[in-house]
Design a protein around this ligand. Structure first.
Ligand code: ZN
Length: 139
């Protein structure tokens, strides 16, 4: 069993598989939670990322990554949306999620993955009006 960060729950998502949902409201720009997981090298991250869809692996600084599938607190279930309500920021080696706008209890928490280890052909099914059709932002 995973120990969830306070204010979060894991439920079935319309976007993809299971997602991370707020159990309380989060104010705009306030911290939601920290991404936790096993600390691994980026080389190991590349190896583990193959075939995974969720945000299981998170790059800290281009050298180290965190694997939320081991020791994660639920934030690794945060799905991608092209119209997200949260964003991720790395601060002093910590990966933190902040609310992009006010989030109500019961809402699914989403971020824009932007760049992932997934292939660029991976389709997005977030359902946002401005959905770009792919998970990765293609240049
Ligand atoms: Zn989309």
């Amino acid at each position: 069993m995973i120990k969830l960060a306070p204010g979060l729950s894991i439920k079935k998502s319309q976007i993809n598989g299971r997602g991370c949902f707020a159990t309380r409201s989060f104010e705009r720009r306030k911290k939601i939670a920290e991404y936790t997981g096993e600390r691994i090298s980026d080389q190991e991250a590349q190896r583990r990322a193959r075939g995974r869809f969720h945000l299981r692996i998170c790059d800290i600084d281009g050298k180290w990554s965190l694997d939320g599938a081991r020791g994660g607190n639920g934030t690794h279930y945060i799905n991608h949306s092209c119209d997200p309500n949260a964003y991720m920021q790395t601060l002093y080696g910590h990966v933190l999620f902040f609310a992009l706008r006010d989030i109500k209890a019961g809402e699914e928490i989403t971020i824009d993955y932007d760049q992932t280890l997934l292939p660029d052909s991976r389709r997005c099914h977030c359902g946002a009006k401005n959905c770009r059709g792919t998970i990765n932002k293609l240049s």
